[in-house]
Design a protein around this ligand. Structure first.
Ligand code: SF4
Length: 370
């Protein structure tokens, strides 16, 4: 999703730690088959990980050789086979149940829970689905010992996090830092501050589905769930998107909602229709054809999506608009209402509508929108 790009760093720079973590977790749970689901566009990272898997098989750390050596040396019955499943690029296949449906060869539709994957998952067998970053932490936790590891970072969620920082910072990238690191430290000390020394208008702290913080709210904010929750947002993927004072929030909102509308699988009416309505309203405002009532209409539509869908994509689309379930009015539309009102009143025309659809402007479209 926009703003989240951390796992590819693990595939690229530390694939064996992921394999080791999977081995340890699988042994602990008695799991004999592991799948790593990587979207189809990530051919480069699939190749890197496949090379590491082949190396692990060659060294006797997976498959027949592992089974034989464990039996002979330790009299343990265990083997693990490790497969990469290449997706076809659907964002929804990052959701655990649609991921399993996709691996089984069907269209990646999320399933209603219960049953939960631990009860009836892949091929109707008990299944554990975990994030690449989580699994990759396991060898380090075992190496350090749980007690020492739990002293790193925030007490509620100890350990390190991969913060993927993008947007208007001087040094965007993926940084491994303790949980609970000050957001301002990440932006100003680690990422070299805001481009051109500008002020910050907004920060999304945990990937595009998390409600934003205004620039005047980030002082003293620590990047862990316990610290962010009272502010009406969440750590999410740790994908921090920094927006400077010149950012057009109405355009940002359109870009985000276009993403969720495009990626909605279409099973649930509130998500399928609601995301479409939100995009239509935002396009209307962006084209100078919106009305002030459209602003409350967006909040109402987002409210109807939230909590009324099979999977969390619906909430993910609603939260940037209206904020999460908490009483904090935390979405872009609440926090930057003045910008939406200004866009409506000034009948502001978004000068580059086609960028949203991935097409380039032509001289003709620029003249039309000038
Ligand atoms: S919430 Fe959206 S993405 Fe999830 S199952 Fe429903 S329609 Fe599909």
């Amino acid at each position: 999703e926009p703003g989240s790009f951390k796992d590819r760093q693990i595939f690229e720079f530390n694939p064996h730690q992921l394999i080791e973590g999977t081995l340890i977790a699988s042994y602990a749970m008695g799991v004999r088959t592991a799948y790593i689901y990587i979207r189809g566009e990530y051919q480069k990272w699939q190749k890197i990980l496949q090379t590491a898997i082949d190396e692990a098989y060659d060294r006797g750390l997976l498959g027949d050789k592992l089974e034989k050596s464990l039996k002979e040396q330790l009299n343990i019955d265990f083997r693990l086979d490790f497969y990469i499943h290449s997706g076809a690029g659907a964002y929804i296949c990052g959701e655990e149940t649609s991921q399993m449906t996709s691996i089984e060869g069907d269209r990646g539709y999320p399933r209603i829970r219960p049953p939960f994957p631990a009860q009836s998952g892949l091929w109707k067998k008990p299944t554990t689905v975990n994030n690449v970053e989580t699994i990759t932490n396991i060898p380090k936790i075992i190496e350090m010992g749980g007690e020492a590891y739990s002293k790193i970072g925030a007490p509620g969620h100890p350990g390190t996090l991969l913060y993927g920082v993008s947007g208007h910072v001087n040094k965007p990238g993926v940084y491994e830092l303790p949980s609970g690191t000050l957001l301002t430290d990440i932006i100003y000390n680690v990422c070299g501050g805001v481009r051109g020394g500008k002020k910050i208008k907004a920060v999304i702290p945990g990937g595009s589905s998390m409600p934003p913080l205004r620039g005047d709210e980030i002082e003293g904010v620590r990047m862990d769930e316990e610290s962010l929750k009272p502010l009406g947002t969440h750590i999410g993927t740790g994908g921090i998107i920094v927006m400077d004072e010149d950012t057009d929030i109405v355009k940002v909102m359109l870009r985000l909602i276009h993403f969720y509308h495009h990626e909605s699988c279409g099973q649930c009416t509130p998500c399928r229709e609601g995301c479409g309505w939100l995009e239509k309203i935002l396009k209307r405002i962006n084209m100078g054809e919106g009305s002030l009532s459209d602003i409350d209409l967006m909040l109402s539509v987002a409210q109807q999506i939230e909590g009324n869908t099979i999977c969390a994509l619906g909430d993910a689309a609603a939260w940037p608009v209206k904020g999460d379930f908490s009483p904090v009015m935390g979405g872009f539309v609440n926090k930057f209402r003045d910008e939406f009102e200004k866009a409506v009143k000034e009948k502001r025309t978004f000068r580059a509508p086609n960028i949203v659809h991935g097409r380039r402007n032509t001289a003709e479209t620029l003249v039309q929108t000038a």
